[in-house]
Design a protein around this ligand. Structure first.
Ligand SMILES: Nc1ncnc2c1ncn2[C@@H]1O[C@H](COP(=O)(O)OP(=O)(O)OP(=O)(O)O)[C@@H](O)[C@H]1O
Ligand SMILES: [Mg+2]
Length: 341
C-alpha cells in the first residue's frame, strides 16, 4: 500500500524575520547622522490565517514601529516580511500596491484617521474604488451596505460625517474601512485604548466576531494586557526593540517564563478579589533605545540578573511547548545557579 504524501503544514499568512528599524539621528539640519534609535532590533514572528497575535510592552518598546514597518508605511532597515509566502519588504511601490489591499490598519484615534470632510459612504467607498473592487454603482452600494452590517452600524449612518458619531462608532467606521478592500490582515494599533471600558469591550467583541466570520488575521498592538487576554490567541512581549517572550495566551498568562513578562502580568488587575497577585515593581526606567544596555537589554531592571546577562545577549529558545523566551535563566547550564539566587 502506498502511503499518502505528508500534508504540507499550512503557510502562515504573515512571516516577519529578523526585522530591524533603526531611525537615524541628526543633530542639526545639515549635519550627518550622529547615531540611531534602535526602535526595532531583530524581531521575528508569524501569524496564521484567522489568528490574532498581540504585541505588548511598555511605551516606546517598538510596537507601532513593527506595525508600520510590516505595512511598509516606513521602510525596514533590515529583515524580511512575507505575506502569504511572498516577500514584501523589498517590493517596489508598483508591485506593493495590489498587496496593500490585503493589509489594513486601524489606529487608536479614529477621529484623526478619518477624513472629517468626507461622509462615511465616501470614506468606505474610497478603498473599494481605488482597488477596482466594484464594477457598478449597484455593486458598490451593496458592498457599502454589507460593511455597515458587518460593523453593526445602521445603513443610513453612511450619509453622516465622522464628527456625528461617538468614539466607539467612529472606531466601527475605522474597522469597516479596514475591511472594505477585503483584507486578510488587520493591524490594530492601540485600536481600543482611547475608548471607555464598556465601549472597549464592545469593539473587542466585534473584532473577535469579524475574525470568526471572515477568517481575518489580526496583529493586535496594545499595552493593555487585560484586553489582550480577552481577544488574542498568542502574545509576543517586546522590550526595547526585541521580543523577549512569545507564547500562546493560556501558557503565557498562566506561566510566564521571562522576568519582564512576569512583571507586566503582575500589574494586571485580577477579576477575583480573593486571588492575590504579588506586584513586581521594576527598578528604574526603560533605558534609551539609542544606547540599549549590553547583553540582555532587560538586565538593568531584572530582579534575577547575573553576570552573564550583562555580556551575553539571550536568544529566543523553546522553554515549553508553544512558548519561547529569551532569558539565560532557562539555559539548563545556569538554572541551578539562578534558582539559588
Ligand atoms: N520617526 C521616528 N524617528 C525617530 N525615532 C522614532 C520614530 N518613530 C518612533 N521612534 C522611536 O522609536 C521607539 C519606538 O517607538 P514606537 O512608537 O514604535 O513605540 P511603541 O511601543 O508603539 O510605544 P507606545 O506604546 O507609546 O505607542 C521610541 O523610542 C520612539 O521614540
Ligand atoms: Mg505605539
Amino acid at each position: 500500500m502506498t502511503q499518502a504524501p505528508a500534508k504540507p503544514a499550512a503557510r502562515p499568512l504573515l512571516e516577519v524575520n529578523d526585522l530591524k528599524k533603526h531611525f537615524p539621528i541628526r543633530s542639526g539640519f545639515l549635519s550627518g547622522i550622529s547615531g540611531y534609535v534602535y526602535a526595532v532590533d531583530g524581531v521575528s514572528f508569524s501569524i496564521n490565517r484567522g489568528e490574532t497575535l498581540s504585541l505588548v510592552g511598555e511605551s516606546g518598546c517598538g510596537k507601532s514601529t513593527v506595525g508600520r514597518t510590516v505595512l511598509r508605511l516606513i521602510e525596514p532597515t533590515a529583515g524580511q516580511v512575507l505575506l502569504d509566502g511572498e516577500r514584501i519588504d523589498d517590493l517596489p511601490a508598483r508591485r506593493l500596491r495590489p498587496l496593500r489591499r490585503r493589509m489594513q490598519v486601524v489606529f487608536q484615534d479614529p477621529f484623526s484617521s478619518l477624513n472629517p470632510r468626507l461622509k462615511v459612504r465616501d470614506i468606505l467607498a474610497e478603498p473599494i474604488t481605488n482597488f477596482g473592487l466594484a464594477t457598478s454603482k449597484g455593486e458598490l452600494d451593496d458592498r457599502l451596505a454589507d460593511l455597515m452590517d458587518k460593523v453593526r452600524l445602521p445603513r443610513d449612518a453612511m450619509n453622516r460625517f465622522p464628527h456625528e458619531f461617538s468614539g466607539g462608532q467612529r472606531q466601527r467606521i475605522g474597522i469597516a474601512r479596514a475591511l472594505a478592500p477585503g483584507s486578510d490582515l488587520i493591524i490594530c494599533d492601540e485600536a481600543v485604548s482611547a475608548l471607555d471600558v464598556s465601549v472597549k469591550a464592545q469593539i473587542v467583541n466585534l473584532l473577535s466576531d469579524l475574525q470568526d466570520e471572515l477568517g481575518v488575521s489580526l496583529l493586535f498592538i496594545s499595552h493593555d494586557l487585560a484586553i489582550v487576554e480577552h481577544i488574542t490567541h498568542r502574545v509576543a512581549v517586546m522590550y526595547l526593540g526585541k521580543i523577549v517572550e512569545i507564547a500562546d495566551k493560556k501558557t503565557l498568562f498562566a506561566a510566564p517564563k521571562h522576568p519582564y513578562t512576569e512583571a507586566l502580568l503582575s500589574a494586571v488587575p485580577v477579576p477575583d478579589p480573593t486571588t492575590k497577585r504579588n506586584r513586581i515593581i521594576l527598578k528604574g526606567d526603560v533605558p534609551s533605545p539609542i544606547r540599549p544596555p549590553s547583553g540582555c537589554r532587560f538586565h538593568t531592571r531584572c530582579p534575577h540578573a547575573f553576570d552573564r546577562c550583562k555580556v551575553e545577549e539571550p536568544t529566543l529558545k523553546v522553554v515549553a511547548p508553544g512558548q519561547f523566551a529569551a532569558c539565560h535563566l532557562h539555559d539548563p547550564a545556569v538554572q541551578p545557579v539562578a534558582r539559588a539566587a
